[in-house]
Design a protein around this ligand. Sequence first.
Ligand code: C5P
Length: 238
Amino acid sequence: MTPGPALAAEPIVALDVPTLDDALRLADRIGEDCRFVKVGLELFTAAGPAAVERFRARGADVFLDLKFHDIPNTVRGAVRSAAALGARLVTVHASGGAEMLAAAVEGAGGAEAACGVLGVTILTSMTGASAGSAWGRPAVNVREEVLRLAGTAAAAGCHGVVCSGEEVAAVRAEWPRLSPLVPGVRFAGGDRQDQARVVTPGEAASRGARYVVVGRAVTAAEDPRGAMARVVGELAGG
Ligand code: C5P
C-alpha cells in the first residue's frame, strides 16, 4: 500500500458487515483510501481473528473495536491477544475503572506499545438522559462525564479515548497527551441514523480528533469510493 497524503486526522472505515467476504468486497469498493479499517463486534463475532489477519496481510491498519469491559485479568489477556494479532488500536470501556484500564495497557505491552489502548467514554449514540437512565441517575452532563473518564484513561497510560465531536476539543484541552478517536461522523446535512452526537469529518479534525471513524456515511453510500474521497478531502483541509 502506498503512503497516503498527510491528513489532519486518520480516517478509519468501520466495516460493520456480517461476513469477511462482505468486508473485503466493501474495502475493494472504497479502494486505495481504505487504509485503516475498523473490525468491530459484528464482523469479529462472525469471522474471528481471520478478519484482522486478512486486512493486515493486505497492508491495512486495523482498529479492533471490541470494547472490552471485564475484570482486569481477563481484559489484560484479551488486549494481549489483540496486540499479538497485529491490531493497531483496541478499545476498552473507560467505565471499567482504573485497574482494568491499567491492565489493558499492560496487556498491550505498555503505554508506548505499537498497539494503542483507547478508553471508550460515553457512546456517541447516547445522550445525557439515556446515560443517566442506564446508570440509574438523573440525566448526566455528558461533557463532564467524558472528561472525568478521559482523566482515568490518561492516568492509566491509555493512548487515547473515544468521544464524540462535541467533546473532543475539551478532551484535547484538558488531556493533551491523549489521542482522541471520534465516531459519529456525518457529512453536512447527512442522515444521523442512531447517532445522537454527530460532526462532519472536517469539524472532528479541526476540534482535535487524531482519528475519525467513518461508517455508514461511506459504507452505505451509493458511491463509497467517492464518499471516502470526500472524507479524505475534508481531512486534507479541502
Ligand atoms: O455508521 P456509523 O458512522 O454510525 O458508525 C460508527 C462506528 O463507530 C460504528 O462502528 C460504531 O460501533 C463505532 N463507535 C461509535 N461510538 C463509540 C465507539 C465506536 O459509534 N463510542
